[in-house]
Design a protein around this ligand. Structure first.
Ligand code: 6PG
Length: 235
């Protein structure tokens, strides 16, 4: 299935129209909606726009993260804190529906614990290709073509049974990340990418450069690209 690409004039336009797009996606489901949030800096404006909307029934939405830095939840580097500041603090989400990735104790135990939370939400211990884990996965893209904390050359790229893994090399802090099997199990997957520094990674991922983790993603459902003009400059 060919990806559907929307190119916006700038990051602010992407944030506004991206929020519209996500709101429509949630409304169309009219039932429990499992949303997997990316971290990083790109989605801040989008999450802020989403939080400002009055037309989303947030009680239907379960929030998950596609990766996390193994830092305290109040650390400036925490993906949970970023989403809390920009989105969750603005909306009336149901507390039990917010599933941050644990970042205390042993990283491998934290990964196991998150995997158990995903399996509980899914209602099964194995992924069924005819039934999605997520309704929508939002993905950032690193300049090196990484997604989640699936970094180029990392052994975790080969993980095909575990849903969540601890990544202990390649970044200043340990990361907890979804693996390909879990992040691919989504009705819709949307890359959210802005800035000229990402243009080459966007081009390489979209043309199938398999040295880049983003290019190795095989989403089960529909794939969307939400780009600003700068990030789309090379496609
Ligand atoms: C993280 C993210 C990571 C991010 C990309 C892009 O924990 O940092 O999950 O995968 O999406 O690195 O980051 P920026 O949006 O900050 O460029």
């Amino acid at each position: 299935m060919a990806p559907q690409t929307q190119i916006f004039d700038d990051a602010n336009q992407l944030a506004q129209h991206g929020a519209d797009w996500i709101a429509r996606f949630i409304a169309a489901k009219s039932g429990p909606f499992r949303l997997a949030l990316t971290g990083g800096s790109t989605p801040r404006a989008l999450y802020h726009e989403l939080g400002a909307r009055q037309d989303i029934d947030w009680a239907l939405v379960e929030f998950f993260w596609i990766d996390e830095r193994f830092v305290p939840s109040d650390s400036p580097d925490s993906n949970y804190r970023m989403a809390q500041e920009t989105l969750l603090s603005q909306i009336s989400a149901v507390e039990k529906n917010i599933h941050p990735i644990p970042t205390t104790g042993d990283p491998d135990d934290a990964a196991r614990s998150y995997e158990a939370a995903l399996k509980k939400a899914y209602g099964a211990d194995t992924l069924d290709p005819t039934r999605f884990l997520f309704d929508l996965v939002l993905l950032g893209l690193g300049g090196d073509g990484h997604i989640c904390s699936l970094l180029p050359g990392s052994p975790v790229l080969e993980e095909r049974s575990r849903w969540v893994a601890a990544v202990k090399h390649g970044r200043p802090e340990i990361r907890i990340t979804l693996t390909y099997p879990s992040v691919q199990s989504s009705r819709a997957t949307a890359f959210i990418v802005t800035g000229k520094e990402k243009a080459e990674a966007v081009r390489a991922v979209r043309t199938g450069d398999m040295t880049l983790p983003g290019a190795r993603l095989r989403p089960e459902g529909e794939l969307f690209w939400l780009l600003d003009r700068a990030a789309a400059a090379s496609i």
